[in-house]
Design a protein around this ligand. Structure first.
Ligand code: NAD
Length: 478
């Protein structure tokens, strides 16, 4: 692996502590970091190199999945670490940073390959990218890469503006947009597992699909993210990125589609074939909700507008369900239902593919993405109740062992080796915003009502009606 300098903006932040350092440490233990590796942590606070290293060590003790017993291993890992104080707006801080980066490259005798990881709020992305460019930090003989995490914009226009500014400093192949759903082991292996699942249930390969359901249900409420979430909502926080990425990853792998080599091209093709929704469609095919008070696992919880930091009259969405159609001969008769929300009864990310059948028994292919992972085939009664589900014919086609790898391990490693397969390409991001924008406009114009649902339920009953109108129901809402 080529030597690299990892320049981490936001090195004193929560994401760095909980995810980035543990992931880097695991890569180090597994010998998957470059042998010549240097990390420069940046933050606003004055810190000595030693204090910074001891803070990183503390985060490893708390969050690392490898037992941090061997002090020598940790010490060796931390040898690569330096700290530099930087205010994102101060140009002179970048000039000083450049000197430190070059000093380290000389010390280690390595080619300038620089990865700039922006673990800071999205409001800083443009300033940082511009300053990297103007300070000369981005002028390298080797490679340079920029790693950023969603949100990529607040709507279509701001996403385009953000991308335009980033492109002044980095070309598209140099920009690694993390959507951590794409780093999940089950999402990455979905293609291969679906392939073997369909191989075992040979008749399903040729059978028509009645509908597809994609759910990402959370039991948590807004927690400490009120400031961010109240102007983001489920549609921007989950739907525009994670849910549409899941849909793309699933559809490139289903029958008649294949070839992971062409992931990007196929994903764009799928997004382009999604039928856009006009105002009338939106009123019929999109359900918008907000959680009220209720009970989750025996505990009483307050409604969204009673949460700390949320305006009492907030109209923000904490739930969305939508029906999507694909303009393609293969998919034209298959509705796709997507839903995601907070304070729902059960924490689960799951895809259910329901096959067409004449009798009451339905054949389902179920992809469990989290918290459990696996792909199952199940033949079930069309009824909703668990007791009516014919469990005896449930056959487990594939089940992955306990997932050990964190998404950040995979994604940071991929970024270091320059593999962009599981990162969001700008075209996908733009196409997703284009698809979502009319819904954002409809929300803005209050074209569709905000349904209040009880915490601990499966969302507003209008989301059930969305399927019932087509003769379906959400599977496994017990
Ligand atoms: P945080 O508030 O804990 O940390 C922010 C970091 O930015 C700190 O290191 C701070 O020093 C630095 N910073 C803030 N203003 C600065 C300035 N003017 N100049 C220089 N540095 C400055 O935030 P976080 O939770 O680590 O999140 C960082 C980003 O990652 C956010 O965009 C967030 O949405 C995203 N994210 C976080 C998580 C998570 O689990 N925490 C998960 C997914 C995405």
């Amino acid at each position: 692996m080529e030597p690299a300098t990892f320049v981490l903006f936001g090195a004193t932040g929560d994401l760095a502590k909980r995810k980035i350092y543990p992931a880097l440490f695991q890569l180090f233990v597994d010998q998957k970091l470059p042998s010549s590796f240097s990390l420069i942590g940046l933050g606003r606070r004055e810190l000595s190199h030693e204090t910074f290293k001891s803070n990183v060590e503390q985060s490893l003790i708390t969050f690392s999945r490898s037992e941090v017993k061997d002090a020598d291993v940790v010490k060796k890992f931390l040898r690569a670490f330096r700290y530099h104080v930087l205010d994102v707006d101060r140009k002179e801080d970048y000039t000083k940073l450049l000197r430190l980066v070059e000093e380290r490259e000389e010390e280690l005798n390595i080619t300038p390959n620089r990865m700039f990881y922006l673990s800071v709020g999205p409001e800083f992305f443009e300033t940082i990218a511009t300053n990297i460019h103007e300070s000369g930090l981005g002028s390298v003989d080797g490679w340079k890469r920029l790693v950023i995490e969603k949100p990529f914009g607040h709507d279509l226009e701001s996403a385009r503006q953000l991308n335009h500014t980033l492109n002044q400093a980095f070309d598209e192949p140099e920009i690694y947009r993390i959507d951590h759903y794409l780093g999940k082991p089950m999402v990455q292996q979905m293609g291969q597992l679906l392939h073997s699942a369909l191989w075992e249930q040979a008749d399903l390969r040729t059978r028509s699909i009645a509908n597809i359901q994609i759910s990402a249900n959370e039991t948590l409420g807004v927690e400490e993210r009120a400031g961010y979430y109240d102007h983001t909502g489920a549609i921007r926080d989950m739907f525009q990125n994670h849910m549409l990425q899941l849909l793309m990853m699933l559809m490139i792998e289903l029958p008649n589609r294949s070839s992971v080599d062409e992931v990007g091209k196929l994903k764009r093709k799928i997004m382009k074939s999604l039928m856009s929704l006009n105002k009338m469609d939106i009123t019929q095919h999109v359900v918008r909700g907000q959680y009220g008070a209720g009970e989750i696992k025996g505990e009483q919880v307050v409604g969204y507008t009673d949460e700390l930091g949320i305006a009492v009259d907030s109209q923000n969405d904490t739930f969305i369900a939508a029906k999507l159609r694909v303009d393609d001969p293969f998919w034209k008769d298959t509705p796709i239902y997507i839903r995601t929300g907070k304070r729902l009864k059960e924490k689960v990310t799951r895809i259910v593919i329901e096959y067409k059948s004449k009798g009451p028994l339905k054949d389902l292919l179920i992809v469990e993405i989290g918290p459990n992972e696996g792909i199952f085939f199940q033949r079930s009664q069309s009824d909703k109740e668990r007791s009516d589900v014919e469990m005896s014919v449930r056959s487990q086609l594939s089940f992955m062992k306990e997932s050990v790898k964190d998404a950040y391990e995979t994604l940071i490693h991929d970024a270091l080796v320059g593999d962009k397969t599981y990162f969001a390409h700008w075209d996908e991001v733009e196409l997703s915003w284009e698809w979502v924008q009319p819904i954002l406009d409809a929300y803005q114009d209050t074209l569709i009502p905000l349904h209040i649902y009880s915490a601990g339920s499966y969302g507003p009953h209008e989301a059930d009606e969305l399927l019932a109108r087509d003769g379906f129901h959400w599977w496994f809402d017990f």
